[in-house]
Design a protein around this ligand. Structure first.
Ligand code: L34
Length: 234
């Protein structure tokens, strides 16, 4: 479904795209061969290997095989390192989407207390770095954090990226805080909910993102931005 949204966004923008939907049993070597072929295809500016991958394939090996210049997800270690030192071509799509939402809403990050909940390589860690680039004072919380509620209550800007349905409750939010929900949790009843209890937190927050209709579409927008950038850089 996410891949379809990405193809549709390409179509709307006039970006050529092709999908290589491989069978579940595809071997690592087969996938590597395809990545290599696309690396060497001058008609292709960006490559995205949709995650997660089946268990016989090592994610790291595949990501490392993508040419950094075509890594529109910004998952390759070269691009991750460039983000760390603030000298980047691409930003990872979800964290960049969050920053874009904040900026476009006229919210100042500079000097604010920012709490990121979650430390994944895809969202939490780069999110913290991007908020730091905006001169936020950043705290990263995770499963071993003591007094999570207390730390979150001190935050001017909260970014939740843990993958636990509605874990952030209203009592954890400071009056007037900005709450950004990166969570995408599909419940048993098929309902999609975030990591934030929207009903409760909405009452406290100055601004809050919904799920769906919040960060998800921004992820796709930033993927398009990276793809255009990759083409321009070439
Ligand atoms: N390589 N794999 C790679 N790059 C990525 O950046 C992703 N991801 C995640 C899964 N695997 C990936 C995405 O694109 C998740 N993700 C993603 C992208 C878009 C949306 C959600 C997740 C999205 O548009 N969500 C909509 C609708 C959700 C629904 O109805 O299920 C929303 O409004 O939030």
């Amino acid at each position: 479904m996410y891949v379809n949204s990405k193809k549709k966004a390409c179509e709307e923008l006039g970006i050529y795209s092709e999908e290589h939907a491989l069978p579940q049993e595809t071997t690592q070597e087969e996938l590597l061969r395809l990545v290599e072929k696309l690396n060497n295809d001058s008609n292709i500016d960006g490559i995205l290997v949709q995650l997660p991958l089946p268990k016989q394939i090592d994610e790291k090996t595949i990501i490392n095989a993508i040419r950094p210049e075509k890594d529109v997800d910004a998952f390759h270690p070269v691009n991750v390192g460039k983000i760390m030192i603030g000298d980047f071509d691409f930003l990872p799509c979800t964290p960049a989407g969050v920053i874009e939402l904040i900026k476009e809403s006229g919210i100042e990050v500079c000097g604010k207390s920012c709490v990121v909940i979650g430390r994944s390589n895809i969202v939490g860690k780069p999110q913290a770095m991007l908020l730091l680039h905006q001169n936020g004072t950043v705290t990263i919380c995770h499963s071993r954090t003591k007094n999570l509620a207390e730390v979150v209550r001190g935050a001017d800007i909260v970014v939740a990226a843990v993958g636990v349905p509605e874990m952030i409750t209203g009592d954890m939010i400071k009056e007037g805080a900005v709450v950004i929900d990166v969570g995408m949790n599909r419940l048993e009843n098929k309902k999609l909910v975030g990591d934030v209890n929207f009903e409760q937190c909405e009452k406290k927050a100055a601004a809050i993102t919904p799920v769906p209709g919040g960060v998800g579409p921004m992820t796709i927008a930033m993927l398009m931005k990276n793809t255009v950038k990759a083409a321009q850089l070439k």
